[in-house]
Design a protein around this ligand. Structure first.
Ligand SMILES: [Fe+2]
Ligand SMILES: [Fe+2]
Length: 316
């Protein structure tokens, strides 16, 4: 049975729970824009479903737009259960958290934006922070699932992971970690307002295009404020993640101590991810190559103490 032109939202395959009865249909992509049903409304995810996934090599699954909220609710319940379950390996927990964070961010960047989306991000970050505080192996496992293909949403998951991992290395407390995780997820949310042709342009931007890109930190603050965000630290991190210690950054050319320390952390995580992921016009650098560039060519613009600590954290 095939369907054409129905409104579907991409969901995370790993977030589907074996044994769960789904109150809504789940689809997979067959070819082109043709979708087929994987799980019928009211049916269980069984080992047969899993076999079908394996034999058809299914990687992308979808729900109807109208069912997305229910799906979010189901996955959050599943996630909470999984994070606490000692029999689930830390690698799988990390993969599921990563996929769910990617889903939430993709939605924040491309879907309709509302306070519900912020709450969803909050839940994924809380689960991640709990996992990091519970299991000393969590950060390593999470770093293993960072993606090296660049998309704005995977970039934001990676930046959030680096910032959280680094924060835990610096012995930050639960609230501080939560702040870093949320800021990592939200830092580029202002890119919603930048035309896709500029965001996805292969190669060098013109001066005018760069001026437009430079607006994304302030756009991010605007969007978050419209959604009722009042936490000044979160807003500062979003606004200041492209500021540089020597005043060469944007949007306000702030210097040194005028840049919030968490924004300085975000900046290091942001640059490190940009260097170590693949773009259509450049390959992905290895960690040590990225460190060489950051250490040798960005000395004036980054907080050197933090950079050294970040390098030790990543080289553990
Ligand atoms: Fe940015
Ligand atoms: Fe970024």
């Amino acid at each position: 049975m095939s369907f054409k032109q129905i409104k579907l939202t991409h969901i995370s395959l790993k977030a589907l729970e074996m044994g769960h009865i789904y109150k809504y249909p789940i689809y997979y992509k067959k070819e082109g824009k043709v979708y087929s049903i994987l799980i019928k409304e009211g049916d269980k995810f069984t080992s047969n479903t899993q076999e079908q996934i394996n034999s058809h090599n299914i990687t992308d699954v979808y729900v109807l737009d109208k069912d997305h909220d229910q799906y979010e609710f189901d996955t959050q319940t599943y996630l909470e259960k999984i994070v606490k379950d000692d029999s689930v390996p830390i690698s799988l927990k990390s993969e599921i958290l990563h996929e769910m964070a990617a889903d939430v961010i993709n939605d924040l960047l491309e879907g309709d934006i509302n306070t519900q989306k912020i709450k969803q991000a909050d839940i994924v970050v809380s689960d991640t922070v709990n996992l990091i505080l519970d299991d000393p192996k969590a950060v390593k496992a999470m770093l293993k699932v960072t993606s090296h293909d660049y998309y704005t949403y995977t970039h934001s998951v990676n930046v959030s992971t680096y910032a959280l991992g680094f924060g835990s290395y610096l012995k930050f407390n639960k609230e501080q970690l939560h702040m870093l995780g949320m800021a990592g997820i939200m830092h580029d949310v202002g890119k919603r307002k930048i035309p896709g042709e500029i965001i996805n342009k292969d190669g060098k931007l013109t001066d005018d295009e760069f001026k437009i890109i430079q607006k994304h930190p302030s756009y991010g603050v605007e969007i978050l404020k419209e959604l009722g965000e009042t936490n000044q630290v979160l807003l500062d991190i979003v606004e200041q993640h492209h500021e540089k210690i020597d005043g060469s950054g944007y949007p306000h050319a702030l210097k040194g101590k005028d840049i919030h320390p968490y924004a300085q952390i975000m900046s290091i995580a942001d640059i490190f991810d940009a260097l170590t992921t693949k773009r259509s016009y450049k390959g992905a650098l290895k960690s040590f190559e990225a460190f060489n560039i950051m250490h040798n060519h960005m000395k004036q613009s980054l907080n050197n103490k933090l950079l050294k600590k970040f390098m030790s954290f990543m080289s553990q």
